[in-house]
Unconditional design. Structure first.
Length: 161
């Protein structure tokens, strides 16, 4: 391997979200319901080691304005805000899992909790500032996420794309 090779030059560091349009979503910790929403989106949010508030803000704006809900003609033409949907945000460092080598994923690209949690909270707060109802899982906890995917509609989003 080239001693001057830096894999970070090839890989974009950015907030990553797996977004699912849901009819409902429930989060449980230790078997107890901690959060629930009706119609809206589940956002599994991953924060990388180099993300900043601007990345979290850009991702929140993308989530709110992405046109993934059906209009009267059945076309995905309406945003979360237009349908007055809810958002469930669940921290998901495993979105930065790298399984290219071996059989055990590496999570070195995921931000450590002390860096990720403030950006996760900033993302949620920015969603709220745009008038969206936001519920969350418990950051860092082992959670059970139960959902009814509506469509199904599932998108992988990156903040800088």
């Amino acid at each position: 391997m080239n001693p001057y090779y830096d894999w970070r030059r090839e890989v974009a560091f950015l907030v990553r979200a797996l977004l699912q349009r849901v009819a409902k979503c429930v989060v449980r910790v230790d078997g107890q319901e901690v959060s629930a929403i009706g119609r809206g989106v589940l956002v599994l949010l991953g924060i990388s080691v180099e993300d900043e508030e601007s990345d979290a803000r850009q991702m929140a704006e993308k989530v709110v304005h992405l046109r993934i809900f059906d209009d009267e003609e059945g076309k995905m033409n309406l945003s979360l805000k237009q349908v007055r949907g809810d958002v469930m945000v669940v921290s998901q460092f495993t979105l930065y899992g790298d399984a290219r080598k071996g059989r055990r994923p590496s999570f070195t690209r995921a931000a450590p909790p002390e860096r990720a949690e403030p950006l996760y909270q900033y993302f949620c707060q920015h969603l709220r500032s745009m008038g969206v109802r936001v519920n969350t899982g418990v950051f860092g906890a082992h959670m059970e996420v139960e959902l009814v995917n509506d469509g199904p509609v599932t998108l992988l989003l990156d903040s800088r794309e």
